[in-house]
Design a protein around this ligand. Structure first.
Ligand SMILES: NC(=O)c1ccc[n+]([C@@H]2O[C@H](COP(=O)([O-])OP(=O)(O)OC[C@H]3O[C@@H](n4cnc5c(N)ncnc54)[C@H](OP(=O)(O)O)[C@@H]3O)[C@@H](O)[C@H]2O)c1
Length: 307
């Protein structure tokens, strides 16, 4: 793979598949093995990606631990985003954003990652059982303590952001051609100077064209392992849109995931995209997407494939 120049800071390596599938306890110990995770981190680093995204509970702590070991082994120092909300042990009673919990969880993250400070600390999702003020105060407390450089939020809507009143620097939400439900959040972030970095740019693999109508999902794929968040996409209108996206990509001489990621990267409101490769070669479409130009009209046309 070719090395990418400076603009590769627009790609963030998602480490949510290391040792599991996100924070779901049923999959702790599955997902990419430590060796596979190292190969993905090596490949990302070699093309110039310098920002890694994880969460304390990803793979039951394996994601952070393996990033920490990879840092120690290679001496490489990526900027680190991690998140707090879910249990690292899979304990359903240990969750949320209470002050004491945030102060405890950040300690675990720093230890696993082998650093004194993370660059970005995100609430993984809002906690309806804790007053937002308590959470925001706790985030500011860990910033003041030097454990976190800046704080942000994931899986939030505009109402949450309004309540937060500008006290977060970054938002990470699901956003792609197949998930534009929270478009108002993108608008809000742009208007309020909050960095917006979407996750699931391929809608869990759907925009890579791996799921076909009337066909069982490939063994080991996201739809075979953890289909719940994507079941609504098994719909004729979506398959029609995917057929047309595939044709549009072919016309340009690129592949579907490249075009889907380019659609995000060519949005001036989007600062960087969190990609989720399961093997080193999955990084190629993300790298190639950096070179694709799309006009606002072309972007609108692609969006119209998925009304
Ligand atoms: N804040 C949050 O709540 C949250 C939630 C989800 C993710 N994230 C972060 O965002 C990252 C990316 O999210 P995501 O994993 O959902 O991203 P995604 O790119 O939408 O989906 C990743 C899946 O797409 C498939 N894939 C990826 N690249 C491919 C390629 N080049 N060709 C074919 N298939 C490809 C793989 O599917 P198969 O597994 O089927 O092979 C992979 O598991 C995560 O690692 C995590 O860091 C954050």
């Amino acid at each position: 793979m070719q090395t990418v120049p400076g603009q590769v800071s627009r790609l963030i390596l998602g480490c949510g598949n290391f040792g599991g599938i996100g924070s779901a306890p049923d999959f702790f110990g599955q997902g990419e093995s430590e060796d596979e995770a190292f190969a993905i981190m090596d490949a990302a680093w070699s093309i110039g990606i310098r920002d890694f995204d994880t969460a304390d509970a990803y793979g039951g702590g394996r994601s952070e631990t393996w990033i920490g070991r990879w840092r120690a082994r290679t001496g490489n120092e990526p900027t680190l985003t991690t998140k707090v909300f879910h249990s690292v042990e899979g304990d359903p009673n240990d969750r949320g954003l209470a002050r004491e919990r945030i102060l405890r969880q950040i300690g675990g993250s720093l230890a696993r990652l082998g650093v004194d400070q993370v660059d970005m600390y995100l609430i993984h999702e809002p906690d309806p059982h804790t007053p937002i003020e308590e959470t925001l105060d706790a985030l500011e407390e860990v910033v003041r303590a030097g454990k976190v450089r800046a704080a942000g939020a994931s899986n939030v809507d505009v109402a949450w952001l309004e309540q937060a009143g500008g006290r977060v620097d970054l938002v990470q939400n699901s956003y792609s051609l197949l998930d534009r439900e929270l478009d108002d959040v993108v608008v809000y972030c742009a208007e309020h100077g909050i960095r917006f970095t979407p996750f699931s740019p391929l809608a869990g693999g759907w925009l890579a064209g791996k799921y076909r109508r009337h066909q069982a999902p490939p063994p080991g794929s996201r739809m075979a392992m953890r289909p719940e968040p994507y079941l609504h996409l098994d719909d004729e209108a979506v398959y029609k849109g995917l057929d047309r996206l595939e044709a549009a990509a072919k016309n340009r001489g690129i592949d579907m995931p490249t075009l889907a990621i380019a659609w995000l990267l060519t949005d001036p409101r989007i600062k960087a995209v969190v990609v989720g490769p399961r093997r080193p070669e999955h990084l190629e479409p993300a790298r190639a997407a950096l070179d694709v130009q799309l006009s606002p009209e072309e972007r609108d046309e692609l969006a119209s494939l998925f009304p």
